[in-house]
Design a binder for this molecule. Structure first.
Ligand SMILES: C[S@@+](CC[C@H](N)C(=O)[O-])C[C@H]1O[C@@H](n2cnc3c(N)ncnc32)[C@H](O)[C@@H]1O
Length: 240
């Protein structure tokens, strides 16, 4: 699922972006870019409320959390902050997300500096049971898989496509399956791939993930063809 590499596939790019956004937040209170807009955030939160509500006490992991707006909005919608973790491989993102949450008076969220593909997310105490858990009821991705698709194994030669199965987008589905509890959900929003491409990629080799549902986005028509600028798809891990 790789696309021609760009700077959006490089960690150094995101470090620079979030360092700047941290400064902007400190100076002007600007929370930073909301990828794909607030509407995409609202739709993902609404989907969560309908399918895995706060009353079911889910443990939630946001993959590539950026400014942490998705965890913050979930907490504002009634999810227990102590059950939500946002991870990002950029330390500056983690620092920004912590500040944005406090700026909104949302306390108790966890943000960690972790590479989703090669790192260890680690465990977190489930506030309902008190037990440590390293698997999750809901995994979220808004724009992170898209960014990984632009990765280049050779930072010196952007534009050169990685040729191997070790490309992050190829490892990604099995990481999702490892980290989800049986019956858990994975909800992803992508603007780089069609709904069909996302469904195929996540179910073709990773057979424990099954398509569950989709979120409708506004349709546009161009050149006689109609489609959406973004797609949001939910998968569920099979219950053994
Ligand atoms: C397009 S931004 C989306 C940020 C956030 N999800 C949002 O919607 O605002 C992509 C994010 O993925 C993060 N990212 C990319 N590759 C990652 C990886 N391997 N592990 C963790 N985070 C990663 C970047 O640092 C960046 O924050």
């Amino acid at each position: 699922m790789q696309l021609n590499p760009t700077k959006l596939g490089k960690k150094s790019h995101w470090d620079d972006v979030y360092e700047e956004e941290k400064t902007n937040f400190e100076e002007f209170g600007d929370e930073g870019e909301i990828w794909f807009g607030q509407d995409a955030v609202d739709k993902m939160v609404e989907w969560a409320l309908e399918n895995i509500p706060p009353s079911s006490n889910p443990m939630v992991l946001d993959i590539g959390t950026g400014n942490g707006i998705l965890p913050v909005c979930l907490a504002e919608a009634g999810y227990v902050p102590a059950s939500i973790c946002g991870i990002d491989y950029s330390r500056a993102s983690v620092e920004l997300a912590q500040r944005v949450a406090l700026g909104r008076s949302v306390q108790g969220l966890t943000f960690r500096e972790v590479d989703f593909i090669h790192g260890k997310v680690g465990s977190m105490a489930d506030p309902t049971t008190g037990n440590e858990t390293d698997t999750w009821d809901l995994l979220l991705d808004k724009g992170t898989f898209d960014a990984m698709a632009l990765y280049s194994s050779n930072d010196e030669a952007p534009g050169k496509l990685d040729d191997g199965n070790n490309h992050p987008t190829n490892i990604y589905p099995s990481r999702v399956a490892q980290l989800l509890k049986p019956g858990g959900y994975f909800l992803i929003t992508s603007c780089n791939f069609t709904e069909k491409e996302i469904i195929t990629h996540f179910t073709e080799k990773e057979t424990s993930l099954k398509y569950h549902s989709r979120i409708a986005h506004p349709q546009f028509t161009f050149g006689g063809k109609s489609g959406s600028a973004c797609c949001t798809v939910a998968f569920r891990k099979v219950i053994n």
